[in-house]
Ligand binder design. Structure first.
Ligand SMILES: [Zn+2]
Length: 469
């Protein structure tokens, strides 16, 4: 921080004082914040308030002035406050801490957020801390890749139109949709087979599967970036214009019907999502590429490789968070109390299994912090395996290169996760990421899988013989 302040023009002594002030404020704010585990409970983080109630919660902040600066429809008078006690603490700090410190704090955040888009000295200094120090990264990505990432973030759907033209064919889309269909059928089968779940709860679960939407490849209608000004001025100004444009676009949604055609990821993203508030899955063209998906590959490879994607995202609809949303995406209970208890008992076993993993000496995974992702990883492998069996029912599958179809399914699953983490990155991820590190995203699910043990002749008992899905 002190180095960045110096680059911004502060004398070294003033920069050091500024850094100390920011650190002190950040520490106080962090102490008033919930942990990652606490933030995973959707009900406990949902507090709908009238805007007029905010001054009582955090009196030190001029809320009306704040809202007056935003292009909000006059009809919007309610807010969701995730952590009321944080705002209480913030209100206190705004009064107790010197105004000069708050100014320094805001200056710091402006510099922190823009450093990557300023001159070389800022870029290098930001990299030195956030990447080299915190993650152990030894080298910056080439500049064109960093600029490409900024373009993706600002005008991702314009970029996406160029991307899908060369990378995603209608036949690839048809094949992916067929795989999704078998996955949905497999998930229905897992619900049917869940002996611990009552029939009335199952009936709603089927409805949730039947009404789940799937987006594959790229949007039907592309986003319109009219009004976003990009020109040959300073790079950082274009980045800031992109960010302001996006904020206005988000705020303009208020008071309007939900746009169910919107994509929350760009087509070129090598990732996927399940969105519980929309009950939808999305698989961008960027992840429907080798090694995750190859139109020309056989089913054992495609189903194994997409276990971490289609199986995983689908299972999110039924993990410890996703299961709390109904088929329309409302946070509304639809489980019987008994079923909730039995679900939670099983979820505890998943947490216990992952708590035991120790990526670095003395550093264990936090099974509750990563619970939703672990449930989706474990359940996802199961659902994809069953989908593979449904898709290949009645077909005679031959070994390839000396590996049986089941072996190749699991190999493809593991190969999708070929990743090396430096110790610094592992430490950072274990304390701050809701996902387990890649190695345990493979080891955890297969440790629970009798068919994996049979395929590779493992004699050890399964880690958790009481799965959720
Ligand atoms: Zn996930």
């Amino acid at each position: 921080m002190a180095k960045i302040f110096t680059l911004a023009g502060d004398q070294p002594a003033a920069a050091a004082t500024a850094a100390t002030a920011v650190m002190a404020l950040e520490t106080k704010l962090a102490k008033a914040s919930r942990t990652l585990v606490e933030r995973r409970d959707p009900e406990k983080n949902y507090h709908k308030l009238e805007r007029s109630a905010l001054p009582a919660l955090a009196p030190g902040f001029d809320w009306e002035l704040f809202f007056a600066q935003l292009p909000l429809p006059a009809t919007e008078k309610t807010v969701l406050v995730g952590q009321p006690e944080f705002f209480q603490a913030l209100g206190g700090l705004l009064t107790s801490e010197p105004l000069a410190d708050w100014r320094t704090y805001l200056r710091w955040h402006l510099l922190r957020q823009t450093a990557s888009y300023l001159g070389r000295a800022f870029v290098d200094e930001r990299f030195a801390f956030y990447s080299r120090k915190l993650s152990g990264t030894t080298e910056q990505r080439p500049r064109w890749k960093r600029v490409m990432a900024a373009t993706d973030s600002a005008i991702g759907e314009d970029l996406g139109q160029l991307y899908v033209k060369t990378t995603f064919s209608p036949s690839a889309k048809a094949k992916a949709l067929e795989m999704v269909k078998f996955h949905l059928e497999a998930m229905r089968g897992r619900i049917r087979a869940a002996t611990w779940m009552s029939e009335p709860t199952k009936a709603v679960a089927y409805k949730k599967i039947d009404t789940m939407r799937t987006k594959v490849g790229y949007p039907d209608r592309w986003r319109d970036y009219t009004g976003l000004e990009v020109s040959r001025r300073a790079y950082v100004l274009n980045v800031l214009a992109g960010s302001a444009f996006e904020t206005r676009r988000q705020l303009a949604k208020l008071g309007r019907p939900v746009d169910r055609n919107e994509w929350l990821m760009t087509p070129q993203t090598n990732n996927a999502y399940y969105e519980p508030t929309l009950n939808e899955m999305c698989f961008p063209a960027g992840i429907l590429q080798p090694p995750f998906f190859d139109e020309k590959a056989d089913d054992a490879t495609n189903y194994g490789a997409l276990a971490s994607t289609i199986g995983h995202e689908l299972t999110h609809g039924f993990d410890d968070q996703g299961r709390q949303y109904d088929w329309e995406g409302n946070l509304k209970p639809w489980w019987s109390d008994e079923d909730v208890k039995r679900f939670e008992a099983r979820a505890e076993l998943v947490a216990k299994q992952y708590d035991a993993y120790e990526p670095l000496p003395g550093l264990h995974l936090n099974g509750h912090q990563t619970l939703g992702e672990n449930i989706a990883d474990v359940g996802g492998l199961r659902v994809s395996y069953e989908a593979f069996k449904l898709a290949t029912k009645g077909k005679k599958l031959e070994p390839v290169d000396g590996f049986t179809p089941d072996q190749r399914f699991f190999l493809a699953f593991a190969q999708g996760w070929r990743t090396n983490d430096r110790p610094e990155q592992l430490r950072l991820a274990v304390t701050s990421n809701l996902h387990s590190p890649a190695r345990w995203r493979v080891l955890g699910p297969v440790a629970n899988f009798p068919e994996f043990r049979a395929a590779f002749g493992c004699s050890e008992p399964v880690a958790n013989a009481t799965p959720i899905w």
